[in-house]
Design a protein around this ligand. Structure first.
Ligand code: HEM
Length: 153
C-alpha cells in the first residue's frame, strides 16, 4: 500500500488521540514512581514495597509499548507518502531506543529500594540509579520534543 499524503494525515488524525492518551497515562505512572523515589532517597520511606514498584514499572513499560504501537502505525504510512521528516523520526526513535534499553536496566535494579535504604547503597549502586534516572529524563523529554518536528508542513 502506498498512501498519499492526505490518506496518511487522516490516519494520523485517527491514531494520534490514542498516542497522546497513552502518553498521559504513562506520565501519570512516571510521576507516581518519581515521587516514591524521592521519598526513598530522602529517607521518608526507608524501604519501598516491591509489588508496588513492579506495578508502576510494568505500567510505564506497557505505556511505552502502547506509544511504540500507535507511533509506528502513524509513522509507516507517513514515511511511505513522504509527509514526515525522516531525520526527525530517526532522532525520535533513538530516544525511544534509549528508553527501551533503560527499561531493562530499571527492571534489573527494581528490588534495590525494597531491600536497602538509600544511605546503605554503594557509590556504584548510587551511580547506576542516577544514570538510569538521567537516561529516563533525556529519553522521555527527547522523544516528546522531537515529536513536534516530525510533520512536513
Ligand atoms: C516515548 C515515546 C513517545 C513520545 C513521548 C511521543 C510523543 C508524541 C507527541 C507529543 C506527538 C504529537 C505531536 C504533535 O501534536 O505535533 C507525537 C506524534 C507522533 N509520534 Fe510520537 N511519541 C513517542 C513515541 C513514538 C514512536 C515510537 C513513534 C514511531 C515511529 C512515534 C511516531 C509519531 C508520529 C508519526 C506522530 C505524528 C506526527 C505528525 O503530526 O505528523 N512516536 N508523538
Amino acid at each position: 500500500m502506498h498512501p498519499n499524503g492526505a490518506e496518511a494525515r487522516i490516519l494520523v488524525y485517527m491514531i494520534l488521540p490514542f498516542h497522546i492518551l497513552s502518553l498521559l497515562v504513562t506520565l501519570y505512572f512516571i510521576v507516581r514512581s518519581d515521587l516514591l523515589a524521592v521519598q526513598w532517597v530522602r529517607g521518608k520511606s526507608p524501604m519501598l514495597d516491591l509489588d508496588r514498584l513492579k506495578r508502576y514499572h510494568y505500567a510505564v513499560a506497557a505505556g511505552l509499548i502502547a506509544m511504540i504501537i500507535t507511533g509506528v502505525s502513524m509513522a509507516i504510512p507517513a514515511v511511505n507518502s513522504g509527509s514526515i521528516y525522516t531525520t526527525s523520526l530517526a532522532i525520535k526513535l533513538s530516544f525511544v531506543a534509549l528508553l527501551i534499553v533503560n527499561s531493562f536496566v530499571i527492571n534489573k535494579h527494581l528490588v534495590i529500594p525494597s531491600k536497602k535504604k538509600f544511605v546503605e547503597l554503594s557509590n556504584r549502586e548510587k551511580y547506576i540509579l542516577f544514570a538510569s534516572g538521567a537516561a529516563s529524563t533525556i529519553g522521555w523529554l527527547g522523544a516528546l520534543i522531537t515529536a513536534f518536528f516530525l510533520e512536513i508542513e
